[in-house]
Design a protein around this ligand. Structure first.
Ligand SMILES: [Zn+2]
Length: 409
């Protein structure tokens, strides 16, 4: 069994067993804290009504929001997981023949390869009118390969929008993929990351409340020489799960503030981003800047000058001129993040624009709806800095294609 298949099998089992264990632990803790600690001990045995009521209220309010976040997370993963549709050329035979999904022909993970390592044209669609390509060159900027074409997923047979990654766990491309989470049995992506963060945050709060209630109870019981093993068990469980989810919460908050996913942060220090940035029609290539022209030329009609995808031999009609869009292919420096909007805007793009959005698992992250004529996700100041760094001229009104409105910042 290949390592990919073995990992998938382990994940399948884990995603069935772990949620059941998790819900069982929450159910047990709820019973012990509410019934045995608050009602039986503080209320009936010790007569401490205030302590019992305060603990019960906090306990059930946090529990209710935690369960709501968990339910919202599971429902989102089941019904709107943020998957990219497979390409039109994906077929059943492809599915059968690509069981080593997520891997290239040499068995390596395509996601883990650098731009330099990815052979231009690597098993991708060579049709200049490839379905889905227009969605990229109708924007002002997108992530591309060395030759200016978007990234291609050879498993799903599709062009991958910015921040989309192929998950070998589910054999699908996922928009803004974060990680496969066995706690909820699915992929955490742009649609579910906010609810995941809310769930781990409220789970941490819940563990703190359980810890406080059982510690108070244990302290009281020891004063009266009455020891309850179940109370000690809750302290151990709450400390274990609390520390675990606290760690996940702080790491997730760091991702939000930096506007990076788990996938991106792993490669952040060793990878540059390569962007196709729209430039005016008259822009010529330089030793540092490759120019690509869309729509791609038909075979046999490639220009000689600046790469295989550039230029047309025949003079273009006025209509063709309008439909033509030129892009400069440039690279960021190591560690630069094109989607960094600044900490607060990064936060709002994931968590929402107001405090109710931040606290309640209702609305999806605004970044789900960020795609527009400029880019797939809002880009930060780096877009403008790259234009200045590579001396790329601005796209004037006269060069804009009807229907593609400028959205300069
Ligand atoms: Zn894919």
């Amino acid at each position: 069994m290949s390592s990919v298949r073995r990992t998938r099998a382990v994940n399948r089992v884990a995603s069935t067993v772990i949620p059941a264990i998790l819900l069982g632990c929450i159910g047990f803790a709820t019973y012990v804290v509410s019934k045995r600690i608050c009602v039986d001990w503080f209320l009936n045995t010790r007569g401490q009504t205030t302590t019992a009521v305060v603990l019960l209220v906090f306990h059930f309010v946090v529990l209710a929001i935690e369960l709501a976040a968990y339910a919202r997370l599971v429902v989102t993963i089941l019904f709107d997981p943020g998957l990219l549709p497979r390409g039109e050329k994906y077929s059943e035979s492809t599915k059968e023949g690509r069981q080593l999904s997520g891997t290239g022909p040499d068995g390596n993970d395509l996601e883990g390869r650098r731009y330099d390592d990815i052979e231009a044209g690597h098993s991708r669609d060579v049709d200049p009118n490839s379905p889905g390509l227009e969605r990229f060159y109708s924007k002002d900027v997108f992530i591309c390969e060395n030759d200016g074409l978007p990234r291609w997923c050879s498993s799903c047979k599709n062009w991958k929008p910015d921040r989309t990654h192929h998950s070998s766990d589910i054999n699908r491309c996922v928009r803004k993929m974060d990680h496969f989470c066995p706690w909820v049995g699915g992929i955490i992506s742009e649609t579910s990351f906010k609810f995941f963060v809310q769930f781990v945050f409220y789970n941490t709060l819940y563990c703190i409340i359980c810890l406080v209630a059982s510690a108070l109870c244990l302290h009281d019981q020891q004063a009266t020489h009455h020891n309850d093993g179940v109370t000690i068990a809750i302290i151990a469980m709450a400390a274990f799960f609390g520390l675990f989810t606290f760690g996940m919460t702080t790491v997730s908050l760091q991702y939000i503030i930096l506007n990076l996913t788990n996938v991106e942060i792993i490669r952040q220090k060793s990878m540059v981003h390569q962007l196709a940035i729209r430039v005016p029609q008259h822009t010529e290539p330089t030793p540092y800047v490759h120019i690509v022209t869309y729509p791609l030329p038909e075979p046999g009609n490639e220009g000689p000058a600046s790469g295989p995808l550039v230029g047309h031999d025949d003079p273009l009609s006025a209509r063709d001129q309008l439909a033509t869009r030129k892009f400069a292919v440039v690279r960021t420096q190591l560690g630069e993040n094109p989607w960094d909007l600044g900490p607060y805007d990064n936060w709002k793009s994931v968590m929402g624009t107001n405090i109710l959005d931040w606290l309640l698992p209702i609305n999806m992250s605004p970044c789900v709806y960020e795609e527009n004529n400029e880019s797939f996700y809002r880009m930060g100041s780096l877009h403008g800095e790259l234009r200045a760094r590579y001396s790329l001229p601005p796209v004037g009104e006269g060069h804009r294609t009807p229907g593609f409105e400028p959205r300069g910042r």
